[in-house]
Design a protein around this ligand. Structure first.
Ligand code: ZN
Length: 63
């Protein structure tokens, strides 16, 4: 495996959390996200839940 980590601090201690923003009403905007955040420095990124799934979200974060 290649070395990956948080782009800010290099930590590999990241967590994922589902997040929904209710009531947007616009289908062109996703209202469900997966939040990936670094447990060390707090840096976070948001991903559209519809195009992201499970482990590959962490691959996006650890690039
Ligand atoms: Zn970090």
């Amino acid at each position: 495996m290649s070395e990956k980590g948080c782009i800010k601090c290099g930590s590999k201690d990241a967590k994922m959390k589902d997040m929904a923003i209710p009531g947007t009403g616009f289908s062109m905007f996703p209202n469900e996200f997966i939040v990936v955040f670094c447990n060390n420095c707090g840096y976070s990124e948001f991903y559209n839940k519809k195009v992201s799934s499970g482990s590959n979200v962490l691959d996006y974060f650890f690039r």
